[in-house]
Design a protein around this ligand. Sequence first.
Ligand code: SAH
Ligand code: DHB
Ligand code: MG
Length: 221
Amino acid sequence: MSQDTWSAVDRYVTDLLLGGDADIEQSLERSAAAGLPPIAVSAPQGRLLWMLARLARARRILEIGTLGGYSAIWLARALPPGGTLVTLELSEHHATVARDNLARAGVGDRAQVLTGPAAESLAALQRESVEPFDLVFIDADKTGYPDYWRASLALSRPGTLIVADNVVREGQVTDASSSDEAVRAVRETLALAAAESRVRATVLQTVGAKGYDGLCLALVE
Ligand code: SAH
Ligand code: DHB
Ligand code: MG
């Protein structure tokens, strides 16, 4: 079993269940043409994010790490009328591509792309005492995850679902002596989740077009 098999299954699933989605496909094409790296979630994962947001009846969604707006389109589409997605992105260029993709997908009105270091945007949201978010998707720089986790909790309410991408890292997450700073930060984040009495969390390993990785799902009680 290898990457070729995982990619073939993702292609099969995408063609069967997720195909013919022009807004989604064109957002990836425009991101690639603008020079953005191909690190968005896969289509099956995007559908999962959409589904989780629907199941959570999310009206306010926070995303940390926008890239070209691919996962943001999935999340914004799950919102009811009047719902809001706030998505945080360091790079002005990525944010410009994302705003264009969100607008072309018809969800520009419900999506706010805030630029700057996510830690600063998160601090500003906390200072402004914004309404809590119903779902948070953490997917920016991995070394920031412990801070993003704390800020996400602070911006949550009982019932909020926090999802964090890339927490398995080809299995390196089990290496307590890893010198990889992303692995260390993910382990610290999972330890924070474990120690947090307000939260029930799990990690699901995933394989697919994006390799071997995994998602942390944490429900605030
Ligand atoms: N969620 C996106 C992928 C995000 S890739 C999708 O699935 O479509 C990670 C993004 O985080 C990149 O665009 C990168 O520029 C951004 N990023 C990196 N460091 C950041 C920081 N300190 N604050 C905010 N965004 C950051
Ligand atoms: C990278 C970031 C991601 O969020 C991801 O899903 C895959 C790769 C990266 O920075 O390489
Ligand atoms: Mg990711």
